[in-house]
Ligand binder design. Structure first.
Ligand code: PLP
Length: 294
């Protein structure tokens, strides 16, 4: 049986001043039911989440994930999670992870309708094995997301920059990619710019320069993309954010989808057009992403 671990968190006021939060979360049987049938907000996807990669019991980039969880909570008018409380809960969950690659999920939902507090929990489980895909790469198709590049400013209630529990659209896009014979998808804005993948950020190499779509509220700011940029900058490469026309995708010298658990997956084809793969740099990026980082 797969080993899993779960903690229910009692969200405390963000202003609470204490050093030890261990009394505010409780380990529960991960195989047993834990949510009330009145937990309508979770059923509606009215909440936010994070997925953190864990390598040999070390949780990666915890602070950037907690900051993004707080950012998502603010966008959704949820009580902002207490960073130190969640950091301690993640540390307890990470200590339960065995060797190899695991994933810790943080979930904060609005809770029982008209209830006093949100519902919050943390789980840990072994990750899928992505070692082959990090080398062999993925074929992607571009899919219209149906919104223009600046919709987030006009319609913040679409919550495009928040990592909400409502991932049904993202999962539908992945199924559509599979139907079209590809492994993954890249969303395009209706005005023809590159956005992100359903569960990953896009990084392009153009000569000695690396570019990723600007996280202007319409897409998530990926923690893995930030780490990749840190590494590339330290190696002396130029990195930047830009509005990238869809037609630039097939002109790239290399491209990757990067995310916390799959890490750097090189893109081998876009809509059936082959893309060059930089095998050496891909291996270097994954080696870096697998090394312990805070
Ligand atoms: N964009 C979307 C829509 C995602 O769901 C994710 C991760 O799940 C990412 C980008 C990449 O984020 P990260 O690198 O923090 O995993």
């Amino acid at each position: 049986m797969t080993r899993r671990f779960a903690l229910m968190i009692d969200p405390v006021a963000a202003s609470e001043e204490r050093e030890d939060f261990s009394g505010t979360f409780t380990a529960v049987d991960a195989a047993a039911p834990a949510l009330s049938v009145g937990e309508l907000s979770t059923q509606r996807g009215d909440g936010v989440f994070e997925s953190i990669g864990v390598i040999d019991a070390h949780a990666q980039e915890v602070v950037p994930h907690l900051e993004r969880l707080a950012h998502s909570a603010r966008l959704c008018d949820l009580p902002v999670p207490h960073q130190e409380q969640w950091r301690q809960a993640v540390a307890v969950a990470a200590a339960e992870c065995g060797e190899g690659e695991w994933v810790i999920k943080l979930i904060l939902s609005r809770g029982v309708e008209h209830g006093p507090t949100p519902t919050a929990w943390v789980t840990a489980a072994p990750a899928a094995d992505f070692s082959a895909v990090r080398v062999d790469g993925i074929r992607v198709v571009t899919l219209d997301r149906g919104y223009d590049l600046h919709v987030a400013e006009r319609a913040p209630w679409l919550l495009l920059g928040a990592k909400t529990l409502s991932y049904a659209v993202n999962m539908a896009a992945l199924r559509e990619a599979h139907r079209r014979g590809a492994d993954d998808a890249i969303f395009l804005s209706s005005d023809g710019f590159v956005l992100e993948a359903p569960t990953a950020s896009l990084v392009l190499r153009v000569g000695e320069r690396f570019v990723t779509p600007a996280p202007n509220g319409g897409i998530l700011h990926g923690t893995t993309q930030l780490s990749v940029y840190e590494h590339l900058s330290a190696r002396g490469f130029e990195v930047g954010y830009a509005e990238i026309p869809a037609s630039d995708l097939v002109k790239a010298d290399a491209a990757w989808l990067v995310s916390s658990v799959r890490l750097a997956a090189p893109i081998t084809a876009v809509d059936g057009t082959a893309l060059p793969v930089d095998a050496a740099l891909t291996a270097e990026l994954n080696q870096y992403l697998l090394s312990p980082r805070d």
